[in-house]
Design a protein around this ligand. Structure first.
Ligand code: EPZ
Length: 441
C-alpha cells in the first residue's frame, strides 16, 4: 500500500504561463487493451503517465504481453505471446476501465474472464449494454464468483446489428473491440460519439481494421482477420485541457493550454465564454484569460458533443466564483455531486436536488482540509483551492493521479503554490502553520 499523499495549496495565486496537455486517459485505457487484437507489435505514443495506464500495462504483462518502455510517453507492446484470457480480480478491481479487456480478449480468443467492475462514487454504473453487445455478436455471458465469463459458440463472433438502449461510451468501445475481428458486418446504432471513440477506431484502422462512422451515432465494422502492427499517438486529453482552462479562469490568470485539438473543446469553450472567460483559439492551443466579472450560467451535461459530464465538478467550482445563481443539471451520470459537501467546507453555497445543483456564487472561497472522492471531484477541489484565500489540503489524491499526469508540476510551473506531502494527520496543522509563516515573509 503506497503511503497516502495529499496536496497542500496556498490559494490566491494567479496562474500564468503555458501548460502542455498529455494523452487522453479515456482513449488510452481502450487503446492499450486493443493491442491484444494486433497480430504484430505496436508502438503507442503520447501515453499519459497516470495510474490508470500503469494498471493497464500491468494487466497486459500479467496476460503475457511484452511491454517495453521506449522513451517518454512511448511504449512498444507485443501481445503475440499472450495465451491467457483471464484478468485477475486484484488488477481489474483497481480500474473500472478494465472492462475493455472483455471486448479485446473476446475479439482475440473468443473467450474472456474479467472481474465485474467494482463500486463507483458516481453511482450506479451497470454494464448491461456491454453484455447486450457481446450477446448480439453471438457470445454467451455468465457471472461466476464476481467474474464475468464470456464465451462464443463454434462459429465465433458473428457480425450483427447492435442498438444501444442508452448512449454509452464504454459499451460502444467494447462493441468495437469485440466486432473488429468478427465474421462479417456489424452495425452499431445509438453509438456514443466522444473523441476517444474516434481515437480507438483510428488506432484499429491504422492496423488494417475496417471501421466507418466513429464519431457519429452509427458505426459500421467489417470484420478483419489480420491486424498488422502500427505506431500510433493518443489524442490529447480534452478533459485535462478543460480542467486547466477552468483553473486559469478561476484564478483570473492568463494561460496558454498547448497540445490540444480545439474542435474537441467546442462545448467547453462555449460554456466558459458564457461565463465571461476570454478564449483565443490556435491550431493546437487555446489561450484562456479573464478581463471582467464571471457571469452566472445554467448548464446541462450531455453526451458528446454536449458539455461533458467529466467537466461538471470543475465548472461548478468556477461558478462558485461568479456572482449570482447558477444551475447545473447532470444529464449523464447517475450521481455526480458528492464533491459538493467538500466545496461547502470551502464556503460554497450549493443546494443539490437529485441531478440538479443550484449554486449561489459568492465570488469567494476559503481554504480548508478536504478529500477527493473521485477523479474529477479532486480536480474541482484543486481548482477551488487555487482560487481560495488561505490554505487547502486535499487528501485521497490517488483519485486525481488516476487521470492527471504530474498535476502538481504543471500547476507549479504556472505559478501555483502547491506541494505534495504525506498524510499523517498531525502534519496538517504543521503545514498550515508552515505556509502561514511563508505567507508572512
Ligand atoms: C466513460 O465511462 C468514462 N470513462 C467516464 O469518465 C465518463 O464519465 C463516461 O464515459 C461518460 O462520458 C472512461 O471512458 C474510462 P457510459 P462509462 O457507459 O463508459 C449508463 C472520468 O472522469 N450505462 O457512457 O462507464 C450509465 O449508468 C470517467 O474520466 C448503462 O445504463 O460511461 C451512465 O448513466 C468517469 N448501461 C450512462 O450510461 C451500460 O451498460 C453513461 O455511461 C453502460 C452505461
Amino acid at each position: 500500500m503506497k503511503t497516502p499523499k495529499k496536496f497542500v495549496i496556498k490559494g490566491g495565486r494567479t496562474l500564468r504561463g503555458e501548460v502542455e496537455i498529455s494523452g487522453a486517459k479515456n482513449a488510452v485505457v481502450a487503446i492499450l487493451p486493443a493491442t491484444l487484437l494486433s497480430d504484430e507489435p505496436c508502438v503507442i505514443e503520447n501515453v499519459p503517465e497516470i495510474s490508470d495506464v500503469e494498471i493497464s500495462l500491468r494487466i497486459l504483462r500479467e496476460l503475457g504481453a511484452e511491454v517495453t518502455y521506449m522513451g517518454p510517453h512511448t511504449y512498444r507492446i507485443d501481445t503475440r505471446g499472450v495465451l491467457s484470457y483471464t484478468v485477475p480480480y486484484e488488477s481489474a478491481r483497481r480500474m473500472r476501465a478494465s472492462y475493455y479487456f472483455m471486448g479485446a480478449l473476446l475479439g482475440r480468443f473468443g473467450h474472456c474472464r474479467v472481474s465485474l467492475p467494482g463500486g463507483c462514487p458516481l453511482g450506479d454504473r451497470p454494464i448491461d449494454q456491454h453484455m447486450k453487445a457481446f450477446k448480439r455478436l453471438g457470445a454467451f455471458t455468465r457471472l461466476e464468483q464476481g467474474m464475468v465469463d464470456i464465451t462464443t459458440g463454434e462459429h465465433g463472433l458473428q457480425g450483427t446489428q447492435i442498438f444501444f438502449d442508452c448512449v454509452t461510451v464504454g459499451a460502444t468501445m467494447n462493441a468495437i473491440l469485440a466486432a473488429v475481428k468478427a465474421e462479417g458486418l456489424t452495425i452499431i446504432e445509438n453509438a456514443a460519439k466522444e473523441p476517444h471513440i474516434v481515437d480507438l477506431a483510428s488506432f484499429l484502422n491504422s492496423m488494417g481494421a475496417d471501421i466507418m462512422g466513429a464519431g457519429t451515432d452509427t458505426i459500421k465494422i467489417r470484420g478483419t482477420k489480420y491486424l498488422r502492427g502500427t505506431s500510433y499517438a493518443v489524442i490529447p486529453d480534452q478533459i485535462e485541457a478543460g480542467t486547466y482552462m477552468v483553473a486559469a479562469a478561476a484564478t483570473g490568470g492568463n494561460v496558454l493550454v498547448k497540445n490540444v485539438i480545439p474542435k474537441h473543446l467546442e462545448s467547453i469553450i462555449s460554456v466558459m465564454e458564457k461565463i465571461g472567460v476570454k478564449i483565443e483559439q490556435f491550431d493546437d492551443a487555446v489561450r484562456v484569460s479573464v478581463d471582467g466579472p464571471l457571469v452566472k450560467t445554467s448548464i446541462k451535461t450531455r453526451p458528446h458533443p454536449g458539455f461533458p459530464t467529466d467537466m461538471q465538478p470543475q465548472i461548478s467550482a468556477l461558478l462558485c466564483l461568479a456572482e449570482g445563481t447558477s444551475m447545473i443539471k447532470e444529464g449523464v451520470s447517475e450521481q455526480r455531486f458528492q464533491y459538493v459537501d467538500e466545496l461547502r467546507r470551502m464556503g460554497a453555497d450549493i443546494q443539490v436536488d437529485g441531478k440538479v445543483a443550484v449554486i449561489e456564487g459568492t465570488g469567494h472561497l476559503t481554504g480548508a482540509p478536504v478529500k477527493a472522492c473521485d477523479l474529477r471531484a479532486g480536480a474541482a477541489l484543486m481548482i477551488a483551492g487555487l482560487a481560495a484565500s488561505g490554505i487547502t489540503t486535499i487528501e485521497d489524491i490517488y483519485h486525481i493521479e488516476r487521470g492527471y499526469a504530474d498535476m502538481e508540476g504543471k500547476l507549479r510551473a504556472l505559478g501555483a503554490c502547491i506541494e505534495k506531502k504525506t498524510v499523517p494527520q498531525d502534519a496538517v496543522q504543521h503545514d498550515h502553520a508552515q505556509i502561514a509563516r511563508q505567507d508572512a515573509v
